[in-house]
Design a binder for this molecule. Structure first.
Ligand code: PLP
Ligand code: COI
Length: 341
């Protein structure tokens, strides 16, 4: 199969339309048979639930080309499970995770010409999503929905690749206790847009959100979880009911323990503790692991000892091991790699 003529090394994290997407509609209480279509535009009624009350959720995962030329994805079953969880919380019909994985495989296979070659630094980002297509005017769930999977080739999420980021502690909150922070609802991202534009205007790469109730504990950023490395090489990540259970973070914690022999802890992390860490990283499908060099707490600069030039040594080991597993260079734990072709 011939690859598309794309300058893979120059790709940023933006949308490039690919040839095929998978679409299934929920009508009259059942999911109709889905399939591939070339049509990238969606036509829905002006009163559709997604347009009026933001009834939507999504997922994000990637397809990789391995060194020996296979196309694979990473733990798509966990994205399928998380989308089921999102649907339940948002009163949307569950799209079964087994069918989710089939739809992902079918879409990637159809767009194989867009899967960046091994070593290019780029990947094919896969975006499954679901939205309320049926009209509602009273505040209630819609009765028609669309599930869709599309793809776009991407480079690094943060400009500059692995250059350490400067982030700020945000006064805006991302998610309330007992709210929707733990699911991948579109509304979580709509309300973070003002905070991220403001952060960028002030010269920061990202926001560090604190727990909304007390502003004393570290939560996550708008699109990634945190991992920290202590001065005695423990890998620590925040525990909270209002952050997204990142698949990358869960995988990294396993890799830290089982591949690198490091101690790991998922626990509450206080804002005051930030000065104690040796390394900090943002982790997620899009972010992979992006190192943080500086955290600014209302003018107080917290400079991570790992500095502003390179990833810290433990972060680097985690990065190399995780991407080694994803690209087929290292043996993966059972069930982590889904072959596409
Ligand atoms: N946290 C938020 C708010 C996200 O949007 C994402 C991205 O999906 C993550 C964390 C990372 O999750 P994952 O590693 O499953 O991509
Ligand atoms: C992902 O990492 O897949 C996400 O959905 C994060 C998003 C901000 C791009």
């Amino acid at each position: 199969m011939e690859k598309k003529n794309i300058d893979w090394g120059e790709l940023g994290f933006s949308y490039i339309q690919t040839d095929w997407r998978y679409v299934a509609n929920y009508v009259n209480g059942v999911w109709e048979e889905g399939g591939l279509t070339a049509e990238a535009d969606v036509v829905i009624n002006e009163c559709a639930g997604v347009l009026q009350y933001s009834q939507s959720c999504f997922e994000g995962l990637k397809a990789y080309t391995t060194e020996d030329g296979r196309i694979v994805t990473f733990r798509p079953d966990l994205n399928g499970q998380r989308m089921e969880d999102s649907c339940k919380r948002l009163e949307m019909p569950v799209y079964p995770k087994e069918k989710f994985v089939e739809a992902v495989i079918e879409t990637v296979r159809a767009n194989a010409a867009y899967v960046p070659p091994f070593g290019s630094g780029a990947t094919l980002y896969i975006r499954p999503c679901m939205f309320a297509s049926g009209p509602v005017i009273g505040v209630k769930p819609a009765d028609a929905f669309q599930f869709r999977v599309f793809t776009t080739p991407v480079g690094p999420y943060f400009k500059g690749g692995v250059k350490p980021l400067t982030i700020r502690i945000s006064d805006f909150d991302r998610a309330a206790p007992n709210g929707t922070g733990h699911i991948k609802a579109g509304l979580n991202y709509a309300m973070s847009l003002h905070a991220i534009v403001d952060a960028h205007n002030q010269g920061y790469d990202e926001n560090m959100y604190l727990d909304a109730a007390t502003h004393t504990k570290v939560e996550e950023t708008g699109g990634a979880n945190f991992i920290f490395v202590t001065k005695d090489n423990q890998v620590v990540t925040p525990k909270s009911g209002s952050i997204l259970p990142s698949i990358t973070r869960r995988s990294l914690m396993y890799v830290a323990k089982e591949y690198l022999g490091l101690e790991t802890q998922e626990r509450e992390i206080s804002r005051e503790e930030l000065t104690e860490f040796a390394e900090c990283g943002l982790c997620g499908t899009a972010a992979v692991i992006s190192p943080v060099g500086k955290i600014v707490d209302h003018g107080r600069e917290i400079c991570l000892p790992s500095g502003m030039t390179d990833m810290g040594p433990v972060t680097k080991k985690l990065y190399d091991t995780l991407t080694g597993i994803q690209m087929g260079r290292l043996e993966a734990p059972a069930g982590w790699i889904q072959e596409i072709g």
